[in-house]
Design a protein around this ligand. Structure first.
Ligand code: ADP
Length: 277
């Protein structure tokens, strides 16, 4: 499988001397769904901004969709960005445009033909369940609906990677599940998804890879199976990772292996070293 994202010894130091990321090594393969978690100031946004080429690594190499973006020329950045769809926490919809035009606009800016746009936009709107709202304006929609438009816009140019930075941060928690359900459906169709989130309930509910960033370093990755990273085994549960559930306290998330339901999850409070409290 090809890597969509590969960090090789990446560090990021901002101009004021803050080291936001330190020696990140990581691969995200085609077709994965990855949650990135961590407390405020951990380095999550910096991690995303390096991938979207809003910031550059200070050290190391970063490959995005086969392109080395660590030293990419400014003029080439739009071509890399076309391979990704970005979903924002604050939706970033154009208020004076209809729902249809918000999505169509994303196609116009990359030079799609009118015919392609007329075929594609209704399809994508139906994929997010909002074909009946095509003529409405964003201010007539609920937060969950607005984010589904954000998702439609991110998807419309058929990107191989979707980056969602706290996409459920501004919507009702109950509707957050709908958004992640939709992202899961999109992932099943082959698109790689990287989602930054604070919401523990979401991370616990969906069985996905979890990368935890703390003070600029990756402190847990459920895809990391090195023996020294494995918490103590429990015969009743498959251990899938260690996650910072409460901004600072570490918990083992233990998940029933087959056909698990949310009620099968058990979060066990630990002292941060893997020992139960
Ligand atoms: P998170 O998204 O997890 O809250 P950030 O990536 O925004 O974390 O921030 C990581 C660290 O880098 C913090 O200490 C933050 O203050 C610092 N930081 C973020 N952006 C900048 C910037 N543009 N200039 C200087 N420091 C920054």
């Amino acid at each position: 499988m090809a890597s969509v994202i590969e960090f090789r010894g990446v560090s990021k130091v901002y101009n004021n001397g803050t080291e936001a990321l330190h020696n990140i090594n990581l691969k995200i393969e085609e077709g994965e769904f990855v949650f990135v978690v961590g407390s405020s100031g951990a380095g999550k946004s910096t991690f995303v901004k390096l991938i979207t080429c809003e910031e550059r690594p200070s050290k190391g190499q970063l490959l995005v969709a086969g392109e080395d973006v660590s030293k990419i020329r400014k003029g080439k950045i739009p071509y890399v960005r076309r391979k990704m769809g970005i979903v924002f926490q604050d939706f970033r919809l154009i208020e004076h445009m209809t729902v249809y035009d918000n999505v169509a606009f994303a196609m116009r800016v990359v030079g799609a033909s009118g015919r392609t746009i007329r075929k594609r936009v209704p399809y994508i709107l139906s994929l997010v369940g909002l074909q009946h709202k095509a003529k409405h304006h964003p201010n007539e929609l609920s937060g969950g609906e607005r984010q589904r438009i954000g998702l439609a816009r991110a998807l419309v140019n058929n990107p191989s990677l979707i980056i969602a930075d706290e996409p459920t941060g501004n919507i009702d928690p109950a509707l957050s599940f709908e958004i992640v359900d939709l992202l899961s459906e999109i992932n099943r169709r082959g698109t790689t998804i990287l989602m930054v989130t604070h919401e523990h309930s979401l991370v616990k509910h969906f069985h996905k890879r979890i990368i935890q960033i703390h003070s600029g370093e990756i402190v847990a990755d459920t895809a990391d199976t090195r023996p020294d990273r494995e918490p103590e085994p429990d015969p009743n549960f498959e251990v899938t990772g260690v996650v910072d559930l409460d901004d600072g306290t570490f918990n083992d998330i233990r998940i029933m292996p087959e056909n698990a339901k949310p009620s099968d999850y058990e979060a066990i409070e630990t002292d941060g070293k893997g020992e139960r409290k």
